[in-house]
Design a protein around this ligand. Sequence first.
Ligand code: LLH
Ligand code: MG
Length: 382
Amino acid sequence: MIITDVDVRVFRTTTRRHSDSAGHAHPGRPHQVEQAILTIRTEDGHEGHSFTAPEIVRPHLIDKFVKKVLIGKDHRDREKLWQDLAHWQRGSAAQLTDRTLAAVDCALWDLAGRTLNQPVYKLIGAYRDKVLAYGSIMCGDELDGGLATPDDYGRFGETLVKRGYKGIKLHTWMPPVSWAPDVKMDIKACAAVREAVGPDIRLMIDAFHWYSRTDALELGRGLEKLGFDWIEEPMDEQSLSSYKWLADNLDIPVVGPESAAGKHWHRAEWIKAGACDILRTGVNDVGGITPALKTMHLAEAFGMECEVHGNTAMNLHVVAATKNCRWYERGLLHPFLEYDDGHDYLKSLSDPMDGDGYVHVPDRPGLGEDIDFDFIDNNRAR
Ligand SMILES: O=C(O)[C@H](O)[C@@H](O)[C@@H](O)C(=O)NO
Ligand SMILES: [Mg+2]
């Protein structure tokens, strides 16, 4: 049970996802990027793994913080190990981020599951083994036949419903798109999807993250007429009072915070301030499965749903182990990309979805990621 080693392998993987100047993904030509697999080993040879960007688990962080907290400890003591890493963040000169905590915590949960030959959601205490997914569409673009017009969004909405999705979330146009942001165009895209998919498909929006209060109010009022289920991150989430103001002035539920720092502590303040109607968490956003579960339970205590940000196995296990969220966020999706093709370093999808829109939690041990270690070893960067 004692942790004896922590290491990182960086490897090359091919993707068609490109990031824009705000970090949002768009489709493009296949290109190679570097990915990292963090591995935590115990004295009896068991291993746990998690995937993240190489800089999140760069040698400085592993040697100066992670190994010093983990080596020699019992791998089952996830709460203590997480608290020790979280308490070191303040004095880390902003080097030790929630993303690194998330990578370590996920690898520890994976290790526990692989050691006991159990899926993580069963270790936590499962609530369900399948969950409805919403299709989370990429931000808009200026690609001909992509997501350049409201009709493009409408056509893609039809495609997603044919695939089985019972919910769809639009990320609308944002800079660097030349004419974005534009509230009226956002509403036109949402109206085109509503027109295309009919009244029974659940729709949500995740808009330009820096609208003013009055722009966000106009957008929310427009979505209320279209029967949307929620409005997400239309303003800078650092302004708690702006979200309190928006939630007070809109009927459509306000979801958040996604990207605001502060883990479950800050999310408690959003609830207390009435800044959201549905809470939001995400394994990468709050520093791991451990704090994501704390956030889910916090929301439950206030009779609130907490929607989980992001795809991948780590978020799916949080959703499967809790009652108070409706969806798994499956994406990001685009007409030019085939999401079900997965990744070249995984032998199968971590979030397979059936024709009725349900994602089934793999019953493989740990996080259930079907890792192709031969691919990783044959494509090592360092
Ligand atoms: O804002 C982003 O970086 C991406 O759109 C991503 O976070 C997306 O997955 C999202 O906001 N989902 O809710
Ligand atoms: Mg979002």
